[in-house]
Write a protein that binds this ligand. Sequence first.
Ligand code: IMP
Ligand code: MG
Length: 182
Amino acid sequence: MHKDIKSVLFSKKEIESIVNSLAKQIEKDYNGREFIMLGLLKGSTVFMADLMKRIHLDFAIDFMVASSYGSETETSGIVKIKKDISDSVFGKDILIVEDIIDSGVTLDFIVKHLKAKNARSVKICTLFDKPHRRLTDIKPDYSGRTVPDIFIVGYGLDYNEKYRNLPYVGILKDEAINQISI
Ligand code: IMP
Ligand code: MG
């Protein structure tokens, strides 16, 4: 285990079974439909790579970069699109893949953005959800696990851009938080 991790919340095995079950649901619902799987960078990368391999349908993938966060653990409430979706979404079914929904501010903005571009449908698949932190009425269509109001890292989720590569999801030790990196 990484020296900065206090405890593991979801093991590699547990994540695998969560991702498998999400893939099954998506495969069933999107069978026969052409859709774009839209990952939100960078947090969704690890999850999306595993998820897409388990969905045996034909679909395109794309990515957006949007952020309501600085390097802190609280939302700023302001969303900036740093990279928009590459292809036209006009008349397309979009499945957004996100690592975790917190306030819902980021997704609320992105869903409205895609609907304004005339996407036919916009659905959300998130690995983790913190519903108690919600400031918007965003609800995921597919959700892996609900988590309490704690900051978690690993499997794509970062703290100051670190720990995304951990194959499990865990909680940081107190001494690893707010350290000034040299
Ligand atoms: P929202 O706009 O407040 O819903 O922000 C969601 C984004 O905040 C996620 O995509 C993550 O990048 C980040 N985030 C929220 N909670 C956590 C956490 O516990 N660990 C790491 N990143 C988080
Ligand atoms: Mg993110």
